[in-house]
Design a protein around this ligand. Structure first.
Ligand code: NAP
Length: 294
């Protein structure tokens, strides 16, 4: 049976540490870190994600303000709201929950967020810093969370063959860039047009899957002893949440695997907290949190 990479536990430890850190700031008479969250529309999954983020902020002492705007909110209204947050010295981080309604130009919205307050790390300036190996940018939450989890479990990454399945701006691409930044390991990135997916996945010592298709990865597609990180979140018709990987058939073949739920998801929330505290640290002239120095 594989080692289960328990994101809930690692995330709990990060929250505990951040709570102590923020408690220290308050004792010194400083204010709480603050995060503004923009949620547009009524997508039930987005509401759940925002609520999880709000709860986690509350637990550690980050003041989070959720702005739930109606589905028909215009591009300009969202831009104006972000402009207000950009100029507010009491707000450290801004998060716009994705996906946005289809009439909104998401990339334009991301680009209106001040890069220092872009706690999701999606702004081109932050992506550019990651791509060029600069260490003062914000790293997107999910890849950073995966990286921290691999390091927590002392998973060897140096010179390992890494394969990332899925090439989105928010997970697959920045995940691959993170490995490249560290020159730790050669990385292959697969997407919808990858001809023979299995020929890549069976080569992987570390396989990271972020697609959004249940059971995309089956046991015969992985190498014996591989480390598998399942980013996918899929709701089945019977209400169950599953990843992109066929966990039951893989767990006896691989050496380590993340469960869904309880793997990558909690790490994504924990790194959002880290990125928010980092924005606060930067404003106060403190160095970034060591866990984010990758
Ligand atoms: P996305 O933007 O839809 O990107 C999916 C990627 O997978 C695209 O690059 C797509 O390629 C590729 N793809 C689609 N079908 C494929 C196939 N059959 N073989 C190989 N690649 C394929 O999704 P995302 O935002 O990255 O999210 C991916 C999954 O992760 C979703 O289930 C999402 O809910 C989940 N997620 C989880 C967390 C977490 O914290 N656990 C965080 C973020 C996302 P093309 O672009 O070429 O179509």
């Amino acid at each position: 049976m594989a080692l289960i990479l328990d994101g809930r536990e690692v995330a709990r430890k990060i929250r505990q540490e951040l709570k102590k850190e923020i408690g220290g700031y308050l004792q010194r008479g400083m204010r709480n870190p603050a995060l503004a969250v923009v949620l547009v529309g009524d997508d039930p999954a987005s509401k759940v994600y925002v609520e999880n983020k709000r709860k986690a902020c509350k637990e550690v002492g980050i003041n989070s303000m959720v702005f739930n705007l109606p589905e028909n909110t215009s591009q300009q209204e969202i831009t104006d709201l972000i402009g207000k947050f950009n100029g507010d010295p009491e707000i450290d981080g801004i998060l716009v929950q994705l996906p946005l309604p289809s009439h909104i130009n998401t990339q334009e919205i991301i680009e209106t967020i001040s890069p220092e307050k872009d706690v999701d790390g999606f702004h081109p300036e932050n992506m550019g810093k990651l791509a060029t190996g600069k260490s003062d940018g914000v790293i997107p939450c999910t890849p950073l969370g995966i990286w921290i989890m691999l390091k927590h479990y002392k998973i060897q990454t140096f010179k390992k063959d890494v394969v990332v399945v899925g090439a989105s701006n928010i997970v697959g691409k920045p995940m691959a860039l993170l490995f490249l930044k560290n020159e730790e390991a050669p990385v292959s990135v697969c997407h919808i047009n990858t001809k023979d997916l299995k020929s890549y996945t069976t080569r992987a010592d570390i396989l990271i899957v972020a697609v959004g298709k249940p059971k995309l990865i089956t046991a015969e597609m992985v190498k014996e002893g591989a480390v598998v990180v399942d980013v996918g979140i899929n709701r089945l018709e019977d209400g169950r949440l599953v990843g992109d990987v066929d966990f039951e058939t893989l767990k006896d073949k691989v050496s380590a695997i993340t469960p869904v739920p309880g793997g990558v998801g909690p790490m994504t929330v924990a790194t959002l907290l880290l990125n928010t505290v980092n924005a606060y640290r930067k404003k106060h002239g403190f160095p970034p949190h060591p866990l984010t120095q990758v």
